[in-house]
Design a protein around this ligand. Structure first.
Ligand code: DGT
Ligand code: MG
Length: 550
């Protein structure tokens, strides 16, 4: 029997914007073109353009250092990253449109994307216009599909420059690991292709490469491995000892250059947060300064929500979460730089750090369209109030903090997600009433196909305001379902006649949905039931009471 042909290798691009924040600043102020530009957060420069780098300026330099190295540098304030997020969203949409829907595009940071272009290359055959770029390792690129992917990447990057005025560098190979490993070898505005051969794998993953430099091995995993004496790629390849690290086989494969992870299409983010750090001057709570910090955080968060809304439409909030870290745990730490830098793309790869404490509550604020200042301010005030309540619940006896993070989770709306959408469309109800005493239900005829129950939408529940804010294609879909609901809804059932003998009153029922909502916040069922009973079933008051007393 003939051996089965292995599946064709995947073709992956790792795209990275050059000096991203600095480039964004030059895009919005073309008079900066050609000048050295640095972007600061707090007192540090977090990136600079290549003209500035020529003066020896490096990420993390202090402002004083930067001015000493290059007195004529233009420094832009990069505290508010909403403009950079907007550019990032526009870029992602552009790339997705360029490669077509059969090629997944994964966001890996604000200025980094992975694209699996296998389907595009295989659909159009090898060849095409464009430059291959730098070939890393083996001199000859003996792989027509990979060469084709490299040309496609070049065309994409040229189009990005032409249409968006955005310069990118890229790596092209057969996996995220290999593509990412070579993406930054020729910066700025150049690309590098790596054929997947054994010698090339050894070249980009040499034995002495520290593990934290390997894409796919995070900071805490590298630390865990280091404590088992595994510090480099060579150590990991040879490592055969027992390990408590759950995915040790995947890690060992990475050290050999094998990365099976797929490029996953990135959807709308499920959560959005804003963070502030207080390393040099820890934040005392409660205090006026803490109130001010919450005020700023809420406004920062709303700016991010407004940017998200432009990309993904208005989405309802689910929960508000406040998390914090006490200052004592890291006091004296020399990590001022990383904390100041904690909000950019690096945050996507930030490791979970111990010592964070968090509390969340269901969001009470409705999100309308955040196009004007008044709407943003109204939402910010509500979030600020939520944040204040959460902070008190988290630290009823006060605390000294080094990090404060305010975030929200959002419901995801996609054209196919009817279940999600119907709950999004549901009108805000008054606090859940206790369920009515059970009455014997009249036997209903079986629902015919196409009745309201099959659409999943109850028209009486749909909030027209929310409906009007949905993206057009989703709105059209819901309106079709609403038309069906109107046609097929049954007349309200007649009230059953009361018998002369009154039935005994049923035992008080518990609103299970409300209980579940509270239990999901980390309270026990018993506490949830008791709290609901205390306030006659008003979920929000029950939660407030629990948060205040916890
Ligand atoms: P590149 O890619 O070397 O040409 O330069 P950048 O500036 O694009 O650097 P990159 O790709 O590492 O990061 C993208 C942007 O993210 C950068 O323009 C500024 C920001 N950024 C980079 N590292 C950090 C960090 O550690 N913390 C914070 N807050 N922002 C960062
Ligand atoms: Mg970059």
């Amino acid at each position: 029997m003939a051996a089965r042909k292995p599946p064709p290798q995947r073709l992956v691009l790792a795209l990275d914007c050059d000096c991203f924040y600095a480039q964004c600043e030059t895009r919005r102020d073309p008079s900066l073109a050609g000048k050295p530009v640095g972007v600061r957060q707090k007192h540090l420069v977090i990136t600079s353009n290549y003209a500035a780098r020529a003066f020896g300026i490096r990420k993390g330099d202090s402002l004083a250092e930067v001015r000493r190295k290059c007195p004529q540098i233009v420094i832009k304030d990069g505290e508010d990253i909403s403009h950079y997020t907007e550019v990032s969203n526009a870029w992602r949409a552009f790339v997705a449109n360029f490669v077509g829907s059969r090629c997944p595009v994964e966001k890996s940071g604000l200025d980094e994307l992975f694209v699996d272009v296998s389907a595009a290359v295989d659909a159009h055959g090898a060849g095409g216009a464009g430059e291959i770029g730098h070939v890393h390792g083996d001199d000859v690129l003996d792989d027509a599909r990979l060469a084709s992917a490299a040309r496609l990447c070049d065309r994409l990057r040229q189009a990005t420059k032409r249409e968006l005025n955005l310069e990118t560098s890229a790596g092209v190979s057969t996996s995220k690991l290999l593509a990412k490993t070579v993406a930054g070898l020729h910066k700025p505005f150049q690309q590098t292709v790596l054929a997947d051969t054994p010698s090339n794998r050894r070249l980009v993953l040499p034995d002495d490469l520290p593990l934290r430099k390997v894409y796919g091995i995070g900071h805490s995993t590298a630390q865990q491995l280091a404590s088992a004496g595994v510090a480099t790629v060579g150590d990991l390849r040879d490592f055969s000892g027992p390990s408590s690290i759950s995915d040790i086989e995947r890690l060992r494969a990475l050290a050999r250059g094998d990365d099976a992870s797929q490029v996953k299409q990135t959807g709308a983010p499920k959560s959005i947060g804003a963070e502030e750090s207080f390393w040099t001057r820890p934040l005392q709570v409660p205090s006026e300064r803490a109130d001010e910090a919450l005020k700023l955080l809420a406004r920062k968060l709303v700016r991010k929500l407004a940017v998200d809304q432009k990309a993904h439409g208005a989405r309802p909030l689910e929960n508000v979460q406040l998390s914090a870290r006490r200052a004592a745990e890291r006091s004296g730490s020399p990590r001022a730089l990383t904390s100041t830098l904690a909000e950019g793309p690096a945050s996507a790869q930030r490791e979970k750090t111990p010592g964070r404490e968090a509390k969340s509550r269901p969001a009470r604020a409705r999100v309308g369209t955040l196009t004007d200042d008044a709407a943003c301010e109204a939402l910010a005030s509500k979030l600020e109030a939520d944040a204040a309540a959460l902070l008190t619940a988290l630290y009823p006896h006060g605390a000294t903090l080094s990090i404060l993070n305010l975030g929200v989770t959002l419901k995801t709306i996609d054209a196919a997600g009817h279940a999600d959408i119907s709950s999004f469309l549901t009108k805000r109800k008054a606090p859940a009433p206790r369920p009515p005493p059970p009455v014997p239900a009249p036997v209903a005829p079986p629902a015919s196909p196409g009745t309201a129950s099959t659409t999943g939408i109850d028209g009486a529940e749909v909030d027209p305001q929310t409906l009007s804010e949905l993206p057009p294609e989703i709105r059209a879909d819901i309106e079709r379902q609403l038309a069906l609901w109107r046609k097929t809804r049954r007349p309200p059932a007649k009230k059953p006649r009361r018998s002369s003998a009154r039935p005994a009153p049923p035992p008080p029922a518990v609103d299970e949905a409300a209980v579940a909502q509270i239990v999901a916040m980390g309270f026990s069922r018993k506490a949830a039931v008791a709290a609901l009973e205390r306030v006659n079933g008003d979920v929000q008051r029950a939660i407030d009471g629990l948060l205040a007393s916890s």
